[in-house]
Write a protein that binds this ligand. Structure first.
Ligand code: BGC
Length: 451
């Protein structure tokens, strides 16, 4: 059993069978490659099939990571980061336990099941703020990383606002992979050019809907959505909130200072309903990356999606050029705000082999790790000492935006409100997609728990 205690070996095998099953389910209708649990070593850099992979996870020299990163761009970014790690720590096998679906859809329940069973992966991906605290810190799963933060000097290079969403009391519990902006609109430039349309950073809702009408009458679907996983609809609702509420009002929604019954929330819900009048008819069969793919192919003009969509454009085959083939602007009416979604790496208090996990965390927070991962992921480095000029155009734009705009926490990605609220939001957007009942939607949010 490769040196593993029998109980750990049994738990590993049981959970691997479960994870492979989840990945296979998630894969069955997705267009993008969903890697099943795969093992990659420096000496043998091949991607194993799921049936080949299970035995590899029993190796004593392994690093298993659970994440939702199965799309083309996500997978490329994770592999680039692991390559930096394996360059520094040769001989450790990477066990990729990614579970597709994005958002908090499938990887998070998988992680929680493993944690509850006392069988943590070495590392898992989460989001700072409410997600980290409620799911992982409060139940006692996440390991405090104070010593690592001090020895790596990270407190000197991390924005204070970022450290605060990773901290409870005097303990810091995660190392960020990068910082994503949620409120973005991605478009096919050639499709817009052909219609004489130019989106701008200051585009208002009225301007956008005017362009959308023009596109529609030319037979072009203005917006592609893939809401097979409902969090993608929650992204559009979040964009609608940001366009209709001030940053203070928006942030007050999660403390209770702004009631869900505030008239501005009703207006935002009407905006959200209006957006849904411009989407593709096959939206419920698609994932977020399949919707992004349709924009690349010119099957619709644009998509409202967090900037992980950049990873798809950036890694497309054949290659696409920024600001020639595709472009980006903030979600209409939300240009003054940067809705933050930070992906974070967490390890467990009872991780079986802390050495690999701690070494990987060091690489995640290092300058080479930050560059390798974020270049491909569409996120920006969280460290303030990384040279923006080594990044592609989008990240340079986003790094400047992060410095100058008002930062708010994303609700659709689980940072602003606790998991029970996010679940209620996902249920409410699913219902709303069918009923378009504004009052019922607001009542559902008003009844959702904020604590
Ligand atoms: C994660 C991103 C990921 C996206 C889609 C978000 O919740 O933070 O890292 O790319 O979901 O999978």
């Amino acid at each position: 059993m490769n040196g593993l205690p029998r109980s750990r070996w049994f738990l590993r095998m049981t959970s691997l069978v479960a994870s492979v099953a989840i990945v296979v389910t998630a894969c069955s209708s997705a267009a993008s490659p969903s890697p099943a649990t795969t093992a990659v070593s420096t000496s043998q850099a091949t991607t194993a099939t799921s049936s080949q992979a299970a035995p590899a996870a029993t190796s004593e020299k392994e690093l298993e990571i659970i994440s939702p990163w199965t799309s083309g761009g996500e997978n490329a970014a994770l592999n680039a980061l692991v390559a930096v790690y394996q360059g520094q720590y040769p001989g450790v096998q990477f066990v990729n336990a990614a579970v597709g679906g994005g958002g908090n859809t499938a990887a998070q329940p998988m992680t929680l099941t493993r944690l509850q069973a006392g069988n943590p992966p070495d590392i898992w991906q989460g989001h700072g703020g409410a997600d980290l605290l409620t799911n992982y810190v409060n139940p006692g799963y996440a390991k405090s990383l104070n010593d690592l933060w001090t020895s790596e000097g990270w407190y000197n290079v991390a924005p204070k606002a970022l450290v605060s969403v990773l901290t409870k009391g005097s303990n810091v519990y995660a190392v960020p992979f990068g910082i994503h902006r949620v409120n973005m609109l991605w478009y096919n430039k050639k499709v817009l050019d052909a219609q004489g349309i130019t989106f701008s950073d200051t585009m208002t809702l009225d301007q956008f809907f005017g362009y959308a009408d023009k596109l529609k009458s030319a037979g072009i679907t203005p917006l592609c959505l893939g809401d097979k996983d409902p969090w993608t609809s929650a992204v559009i609702f979040e964009d609608s909130l940001l366009a209709n509420l001030s940053a203070n009002q928006y942030s007050g929604l999660w403390t209770g200072a702004t009631p869900m019954t505030d008239p501005a929330v009703k207006t935002a819900t009407q905006t959200y309903a209006k957006y849904l009048g411009y989407i593709n008819s096959d939206h419920s069969a698609l994932t977020w990356d399949q919707a992004t793919q349709k924009v690349m192919e010119g099957k619709c003009a644009a998509t409202l999606m967090g900037d992980w969509a950049y990873g798809e454009f950036h890694n497309a085959t054949p290659a696409l050029t920024d600001n020639v083939d595709f472009g980006w602007v903030p979600a209409p009416g939300s240009g003054a705000m940067f809705s933050v979604n930070n992906d974070i790496a967490i390890t467990a208090t009872n991780v079986a082999d802390p050495t690999n996990a701690m070494n990987f965390l060091k690489v995640v927070g290092s300058v080479p790790g930050q560059i390798a991962f974020n270049k491909l992921k569409g996120a920006i480095p969280w460290r303030t000492d990384v040279d923006p000029s080594v990044f592609p155009p989008y990240q340079q734009y986003s790094m400047a935006a992060y410095k100058s705009l008002t930062l708010v926490s994303s609700v659709s990605q689980g940072l602003a409100a606790p998991p029970a609220f996010v679940q209620a939001l996902n249920d409410a957007v699913t219902q709303f997609g069918v009923s378009k009942n504004v009052d019922a939607f607001i009542q559902a949010l008003a009844a959702a728990p904020l604590k």
